[in-house]
Design a protein around this ligand. Structure first.
Ligand code: DQA
Length: 152
């Protein structure tokens, strides 16, 4: 018998630097969806999955680190597009490892088809997995993967 009494989940969605510019920022690479539109898509997908999403965007590494710390006891998982901090931030990686919350890393663009400095992610080794290159669908697929992981 399928379990019809699913516990609602709470998911922190973290957007890193420059993602507030989505819609106008290099649309040939990142598409034309704004961050608000992506958050709406995730809220709608969350409804289907019985998961409430809490989006936060910051251009500041320390704010992202603080937000990850505050997720403990509040959220069951993290969906993160760390933007350029993906490739530079040991602090973000340590914060995620420190709270030990299941995390899925997403990117709009396929970081492995781009400049070499984007090929390395500090977050990937401590994430459940990474989805890269599917535009806004990377976020939707990432949310689905995270929720399925948490419910397994
Ligand atoms: C990005 C890829 C990063 O390399 C870049 O710095 C970003 C966006 C993506 O979603 O494709 O800001 O994370």
């Amino acid at each position: 018998m399928p379990d019809l009494t699913l516990q609602p989940l709470s998911i922190l969605v973290l957007h890193g630097p420059n993602l507030n510019l989505l819609g106008q920022r290099e649309p040939g690479i990142y598409g034309s969806f704004t961050l608000a539109e992506i958050n709406h898509l995730l809220e709608a997908e969350g409804l289907k999955l019985q998961a409430k999403v809490f989006p936060v965007q910051s251009n500041h590494e320390g704010v992202l680190v603080d937000t990850i710390h505050q997720a403990l006891g509040k959220h069951q998982g993290i969906l993160i597009n760390a933007g350029a901090y993906t490739h530079t931030s040991v602090a973000l990686r340590d914060a995620i490892a420190g709270v030990s919350l299941p995390t899925v890393e997403v990117h709009l663009s396929n970081i492995y088809r781009r400049e070499e400095f984007r090929h390395h992610s500090y977050i990937a080794p401590i994430a459940i997995g990474q989805i890269s290159g599917f535009g806004v669908q990377s976020y939707v697929l990432g949310l689905q993967a995270l929720v399925h992981h948490l419910r397994d």
